[in-house]
Design a protein around this ligand. Structure first.
Ligand SMILES: [Zn+2]
Ligand SMILES: [Zn+2]
Length: 361
């Protein structure tokens, strides 16, 4: 049986999104049907609407979500109806070449629901990052539903499913920030501020937030930045060196995804330091660096996909830290909105007015 519910659809490239009635099938083998309680508005949703990811319109948007498992299909053992879950866009298969090498966070065959959600006329919808959670119900692979402590507020918990996990994981999993490290984070939106929060959790002693927007730098301080630099007025590389005894930071995290900010991260780190790129570049961008500097500075140049997270390991842990008061997830929720306000939320995001607008159901 299919369930008729409201969902947010991007029907054509660049066109405003609309709320439509969609059909969500009951779960088949290995699938779970989740009643969505909250879903954050992420830049990736906007990128889908702009046709910047694929051209498989129409899209069912939304992917930073939490909710309650409503039904499960045959052969599902990890969750049961009534479980409070965060949806993950990585559900390791256990059998691809990366999983078999013991690196499930790089899984190359991550699972999604087999059945499609559709328009009422049967047109299949492409679910954003294999989720599609700006809807009252979402059908996912059971492995994408990760059980966490139900004491968490749904609107805060859902954010761990994407952007916030990307930032926390860039600092903790990819960079391996630890006690006493110095860290610079370039770009203090949702992902960058999560990287700052992650660096603080991991025990970094100097955390430098860099952005061109003073409002974002204020947020950075609230999440744990010990220093901030407005790079519109100040050369961030020199300022970061000045704050670190002339040396640069141990870890520079680039949360913008642009050649000029990547270059800043490259030169702002100390010898043998680590650069982590977690900002997502667009296809035409190129970078030019002196190869001798790449060699001579040593260290590591890394990319962080989804914070190199293992959802079943990391989501419950971050929710527990949040419930213990050690990770301020609530602060990422700038506002809660209804399903029909997603288009408006995109504009607020583009103007840099919010960290996250979160749809609540
Ligand atoms: Zn795999
Ligand atoms: Zn996202």
């Amino acid at each position: 049986m299919a369930n008729a519910v409201k969902g947010v659809i991007a029907g054509a490239k660049g066109a405003p999104v609309s709320v439509e009635t969609i059909l969500v099938p009951d779960p088949g083998p290995g699938e779970a049907l989740v009643r969505i309680q909250a879903c954050g508005v992420c830049h990736t949703d906007l990128h889908y609407r702009e046709g910047a990811i694929t051209n498989d319109f129409p899209f069912l948007l939304g992917h930073e979500a939490s909710g309650m498992v409503e039904k499960v299909g045959p052969n599902v053992t990890n969750v049961a109806p009534g479980d409070f879950v965060i949806l993950a866009w990585r559900a390791p298969c256990g059998t691809c070449r990366s999983c078999l090498r013991g690196r499930p966070w790089y899984c190359f065959a991550s699972r999604n629901a087999q059945q499609k959600m559709t328009r009422q006329d049967g047109t299949p919808l492409s679910a954003a990052i294999g989720i599609g959670a700006f809807a009252e119900l979402a059908l996912v692979a059971a492995g994408q539903a990760v059980k966490v402590n139900p004491a968490a507020r749904p609107e805060a918990a859902g954010l761990v499913g994407c952007g916030i996990m990307a930032g926390l994981g860039a600092a903790i999993n990819t960079a391996g920030v630890s006690r006493g490290d110095s860290v610079a984070v370039i770009g203090c939106g949702g992902v960058g501020n999560a990287a700052i929060a992650g660096a603080k959790l991991a025990g970094a002693h100097t955390i430098i937030g860099v952005d061109v927007d003073d409002r974002k730098l204020e947020w950075a301080k609230q999440f744990g930045a010990t220093h901030t630099i407005n790079s519109r007025h100040t050369d961030p590389v020199q300022a970061i060196r000045d704050l670190t005894g002339g040396n640069g930071v141990n870890v520079a995290i680039e949360a913008v995804g642009r050649p000029e900010t990547y270059t800043q991260a490259f030169y702002a780190r100390d010898h043998a330091g680590t650069v982590v790129l977690v900002g997502v570049p667009s296809p035409e961008m190129k970078i030019e660096l002196p190869l001798l500097e790449v060699f001579g500075r040593g260290g590591a140049l890394k990319s962080s996909w989804y914070g190199d997270c293992l959802p079943t390991r990391d989501f419950p842990m971050f929710i527990d830290l949040y419930l213990q008061g050690r990770l301020d997830l609530e602060r990422f929720v700038s506002e809660t909105i209804t399903l029909d306000k997603v288009e408006e939320a995109f504009h607020k995001m583009e103007r840099g007015e919010v960290l996250r607008s979160v749809v609540v159901f």
